[in-house]
Design a protein around this ligand. Structure first.
Ligand SMILES: [Zn+2]
Length: 140
């Protein structure tokens, strides 16, 4: 959704990142709540605890980093997001450029890919969206 009164570019970007992170926090809180109200095996429950804690910490660090003009340099290390449990079903989402033609006229070469995973939850079912972004480079 686009708001007509959204500010200039950079503010706008920050805002959408904020919204994305807020959405992730909401999802994690939902997971947290589900963990209390649904039955998970002790293993699965402790796994979820770890996942939720590190994810929330990481998201909060990301939000903090977005604040304009931080008062002091950050000393503490940014928590790393925990890898999502391998047993959750994955949906693969590929992101590739529309065209593999470079502006210089050469054909871009696919030199690798980046993958990121996003936890999703509907009551009773955890799934993971695995986003795969191809990395393309100019040959010149
Ligand atoms: Zn090129």
């Amino acid at each position: 959704m686009r708001k007509p009164d959204a500010g200039p570019g950079s503010l706008c970007d920050h805002k959408s990142v904020n919204e994305k992170l807020a959405h992730e926090i909401a999802l994690l809180k939902r997971v947290q709540f589900a963990k209390r109200s649904e039955q998970f095996s002790p293993d699965q429950a402790s796994l979820l605890d770890d996942l939720i804690d590190t994810d929330i910490a990481a998201i909060e660090a990301e939000l903090e980093a977005l604040q304009p003009a931080p008062v002091e340099a950050k000393v503490r290390q940014q928590p790393k997001r925990a890898p999502l449990p391998p047993q959750f079903p994955r949906t693969l989402i590929h992101h590739e450029p529309d065209s593999s033609h470079c502006q210089c006229g050469c054909a871009l070469k696919r030199i690798g890919e980046d993958a990121s995973e996003k936890l999703d939850y509907t009551p009773g079912v955890f799934t993971v969206e695995r986003h795969i972004r191809g990395k393309w480079a100019c040959e010149q």
